[in-house]
Design a protein around this ligand. Structure first.
Ligand code: FEO
Ligand code: CA
Ligand code: CA
Length: 670
């Protein structure tokens, strides 16, 4: 998700970048400047350890020298011709591959849903149709328990809405805030277009994938009409009680769902990320005002839903924001099930929630907190996953330990437990109980000395090697006095990917080692300080890693989101890249897919046999179109920078989900 300021741009779609670009003020963790110096000294020692370990740029860090080749097939990691850098009105996929539109914003999801009619929208219709800004995509094979690559359920997030690209007439006069143009109907269409969709998909005899239109599994989940249960240590806590829910145990819906995860028992974990954009007003409650400030409320921009739905007005409901910012567990196999907010996993701006089993069979869930100078977290369940009876895991995510990460300059790291009563997380610092620690996980991380990172996005454990890959997307406000080993560049427009190795190869370990796999950006410009394997081509490098995925061959795939700053970060559109993690090609990247102007790429997910790749193209025509040569203006409904994917003058630009295949069942990417 990228965000820009409404007041400066006049665009709703550009309104939310301010939260990415501005770290939330608080006491920082101790400066790591000294540690950075030691890291630099160590780097000099490591220079000269081999071609693959050296950088094209003189200022770059070494790539890890271990050359671990387990878990993937290095010889065919790049079995496709790369897509060149560039930016234009449509998408591009590597030779020999097809990229087909599977479902678009407004297409029917529920059985009997109306077809999309852009001039006849309503919240009632939208509640039955595919939502806006598809982000995370999960795949649950059908029948459940199989490794089917022909049929399954896609679990898709709808992160936010670009209302001015969705409706005609939302064009503000000079100096006017476009949010003033909202009506109740537009606000509720926005609410109905948020949340998630479950759609059954199947491959036909012609090998083409289609949505199963009448599937009983198909479902919409929204902040307008999907009640949810709150569970775990904070359920029922006074700070979660509101006038609509005096028990503090039920909440209507979920907000700003970004990346996510699928558990080993086939449930879908929905992250709640930039929840601050939905709350108007100022709370008349000093403690909650301080708490809300730590997560960015009041925000420089907020959707005006609170004009009609008072729970989004914190002046009226000061505790309502405490009911968002969690992980929501949904059972896609039971369309009648009530989604559950799992408070044991903490409250912050969750980017995603990918997971892996510990050595003794418990579940570890990794999650970045996507904002400049925020932290990375891990939850480890108390109990083991029951692999024989999925229903036995119904409360597994209610008990466990939440940790926050500290990265040390010597390449080691620690997971610091967020446990009430330990290490200052007690009454002296305003934490009366574990619920307080979880509600204010960010502040608890401050006290523990967690490492402020360059916007941690997706964090993905490798199912074979056990290593964990974290995308730190960028942090342009990191200044030279605040660089450290894991965040080594000031004014970082490009991001980096961290590779972590859990202690003892166990995701339950409280220790890890880490190294930077790549430092992103153009390696031909020494001033950028990028770090790639020198075999990376002029079209292979990228900026701003966001979502990552690992395919059946163990290859790491990286989707990028440069936001409105794409022209400065790389000059090329966002895309999907394969990135080698071992062998001689460790640190080589190659682009398979390039998005149309103004879009980011999200949610890469493969079928178990890697014969199909599902990929979300979010907010086409929205980001940075003033820098799109030949267009050079902001998009509107009537005048978008592209009308992808329909290219029909009567259709608005539409975020859409694609399926990429390579023909004859060959693996995507060769
Ligand atoms: Fe929603 Fe961090 O991207
Ligand atoms: Ca993201
Ligand atoms: Ca992922």
């Amino acid at each position: 998700m990228t965000r820009r300021k409404t007041s400066e741009t006049g665009s709703i779609g550009e309104a939310m970048e301010a939260a990415d670009d501005r770290p939330v003020a608080r006491a920082m963790a101790p400066t790591l400047g000294e540690l950075w110096s030691r890291r630099l000294a160590r780097r000099d020692v490591l220079k000269g350890i081999g071609k693959a370990a050296l950088l094209a740029s003189a200022s770059a860090l070494p790539l890890a020298a271990c050359g671990d080749t387990s878990g993937f097939a290095p010889d065919d990691i790049f079995g496709f011709a790369e897509v060149p850098h560039g930016v234009d009105e449509t998408h591009h996929v590597g030779a020999g591959h097809s990229a087909d539109i599977l479902i678009r914003w407004g297409d029917p999801v529920l059985p009997g849903a109306p077809e999309f009619d852009p001039l006849n929208q309503s919240a009632e219709r939208q509640l039955q149709q595919f939502g806006y800004n598809n982000d995370y995509v999960g795949f649950v094979p059908l029948p459940y328990g199989s490794r089917s690559s022909d049929r399954g359920l896609l679990c898709i997030h709808h992160e936010y809405t670009n209302d001015d690209l969705m409706h005609p007439g939302l064009v503000p006069a000079p100096g006017q805030n476009p949010l003033e143009l909202f009506t109740r109907e537009i606000a509720e269409i926005s609410m109905a277009a948020h949340g998630g969709s479950i759609v059954e998909v199947a491959r036909g005899k012609d090998r083409k994938w289609n949505v199963v239109r009448d599937s009983a599994y198909n479902r919409r989940i929204t902040p307008l009409a999907t009640p949810m249960r709150i569970s775990g240590p904070a359920a029922g806590h006074p700070r979660l009680q509101t006038s609509e829910d005096p028990e503090g145990r039920t909440v209507m819906g979920t907000l700003n769902n970004c990346a996510g995860g699928i558990t080993p028992w086939g449930t879908w974990l929905m992250s709640e990320e930039n929840i601050n954009f939905y709350f108007m007003g100022t709370p008349n409650d000093e403690i909650e005002a301080t708490n809300h400030a730590r997560i960015g409320i009041p925000a420089p921009f907020s959707y005006p839903w609170g004009r009609w739905h008072k729970r989004f007005d914190v002046a009226a409901e000061p505790r309502e924001p405490n009911r968002y910012g969690w992980i929501v567990e949904v059972d896609p196999l039971d369309p009648a099930s009530t989604p559950v907010k799992r408070t044991a996993l903490g409250r912050f701006k969750h980017e995603g929630c990918e997971n892996a089993l510990t050595k003794d069979g418990r579940l570890a869930i990794y999650s970045g907190d996507d904002q400049q100078f925020e932290y990375m977290y891990k939850f480890v369940s108390r109990d083991k996953v029951n692999t024989k009876d999925r229903t036995a895991n119904a409360a597994l995510l209610d008990e466990g330990v939440l940790y926050v990460a500290r990265f040390d300059a010597d390449g080691s790291g620690s997971w610091l437990p967020l446990i009430h009563g330990q290490n200052g997380l007690d009454e002296t610092n305003g934490f009366a109980d574990q619920a307080d620690v979880l509600i204010e996980a960010r502040r608890a991380g401050d006290i523990l000395g967690a490492t402020p990172l360059d916007r941690p996005e997706d964090v993905e454990p490798h199912p074979v090697t056990g290593k964990v890959y974290a995308a730190l997307t960028n942090a342009k406000e990191r200044t030279a006095d605040k660089v450290d080993a894991v965040n080594p560049r000031a004014g970082n427009l490009w991001g980096q990917i961290v590779e972590m190795t859990p202690g003892g190869g166990d995701h339950a370990s409280e220790n890890f080692t880490w190294t930077l796999l790549v430092k992103c950006g153009d390696p031909s410009d020494p001033a950028i300080g990028a770090a790639w394997n020198e075999e990376t081509s002029a079209d292979g490098w990228f900026a701003c890693p966001d979502n990552v995925a690992i395919d059946a061959k163990g290859r790491l795939w990286v989707a990028t989101d440069q936001g409105s700053g794409w022209h400065a970060a790389s000059g090329t559109a966002d895309g999907l890249y394969a990135l080698a993690t071992g062998g001689d090609k460790r640190g080589v990247a190659r682009q398979l897919f390039r998005a149309p102007i103004g879009a980011e790429v999200c949610g890469p997910i493969f079928t178990p046999d890697a014969s199909a790749l599902f990929l979300a193209v979010q907010h086409p025509a929205a980001d940075g179109t003033v820098n799109f040569a030949g267009f050079n203006r902001r998009s509107t409904y009537a005048d978008p920078a592209t009308r992808w994917p329909d290219f029909d003058a009567n259709m608005p630009v539409r975020p859409s989900l694609l399926v990429i295949t390579a023909g004859k069942g060959s693996p995507v990417g060769g």
